[in-house]
Ligand binder design. Structure first.
Ligand code: 9MG
Length: 270
């Protein structure tokens, strides 16, 4: 029987970030050794994360992709070390997703391409029974921040997510296993990101749980006065997460789990 997303990840839930990459924007290389990544993932679960998102390919602005072999080399030992804990796989590659969910116990596929990156991905997700996150991105990581443009960013992101949700359901993935994500920082200026967060209720109105990843992103550092900032602080991340929750977010994807779990528990009680 399918457990609905909302039941498995009640509002608010925290997703901890474990980047097994040498070059991620906010935690470059800190979890690149498998033993460090495994220890970080376990600590995040102890601190209250509902799930830990393991990724072996950077999606920061300007990044290049890696091969399937390299991505598997990075994530497999970490997934093995986290076996038995709630884990999601951050990948756009069907083979990486297949190994993670069918062989190593991952329960969610976080595909930043929203099933556009690999034609085999929808079949892997449909057959595995995994949960799925569909995220909006304009362009591709290497070039997405060069000149992002929208008419009405919220309307365009909502229309995109609605179309990808219909695509996923037509491919056999039950709607109740899917969450949607406006993709903060993925082909968006600071103003686009702010508009999406201000009007997050319009994304939530699509009827699926909303995941938001704003933690440590450059928008926060730029709001604090540094126009060249590449990251944001923990305090700024927590403030944005609480406001996103208040405007309808269900899952917050974060680096600093304890701080977010505590702040969101208080926000939920209020
Ligand atoms: C992998 N990754 C980096 N940022 C992200 C975000 O905001 N959402 C999702 N779903 N994945 C992200």
């Amino acid at each position: 029987m399918t457990v609905p997303f909302e039941q498995r990840f009640p509002r608010p839930s925290v997703m901890g970030v474990v980047n097994v990459t040498p070059d991620s924007f906010s935690d470059a290389g800190v979890h690149f050794r498998p033993e460090d990544a495994i220890a970080a993932g376990r600590r995040m679960v102890d601190e209250g994360a509902a799930i830990v998102d393991v990724g072996g390919e950077s999606t920061r602005p300007g990044s290049e992709g890696v091969s399937v072999e390299e991505e598997l080399r990075r994530v497999v030992p970490v997934l093995e070390g986290l076996r038995g804990l709630p884990v999601s796989i951050d990948t756009a590659k069907a083979e990486v997703a297949r190994v993670a969910v069918a062989e190593l116990g991952a329960v969610l596929v976080n595909d930043v391409t929203a099933l556009r990156g690999d034609s085999g991905m929808s079949e892997v997700v449909a057959e595995s029974g995994a949960f799925l996150c569909l995220m909006h991105m304009q362009g591709a990581p290497r070039t997405m921040q060069l000149d992002p443009r929208y008419g009405d960013v919220v309307a365009e992101v909502a229309a995109f997510l609605e179309e990808r949700l219909a695509f996923a359901v037509a491919a056999g993935i039950p709607e109740e296993r899917i969450c949607l994500d406006p993709g903060i920082g993925f082909g968006k200026t600071v103003e686009h990101n702010l508009e999406l967060l201000r009007r997050l209720d319009e994304i939530a109105a699509l009827g699926r749980p909303v995941l938001v990843g704003i933690s440590r992103k450059s928008t926060l550092g730029r709001l604090l006065g540094d126009p060249q900032a590449r990251t944001g602080t923990t305090a700024a991340s927590v403030a944005a997460a609480v406001l996103a929750f208040e405007r309808g977010a269900s899952i917050l994807r974060v680096h600093d789990v304890r701080e977010h779990v505590e702040a969101l528990a208080v926000a939920a009680a209020l």
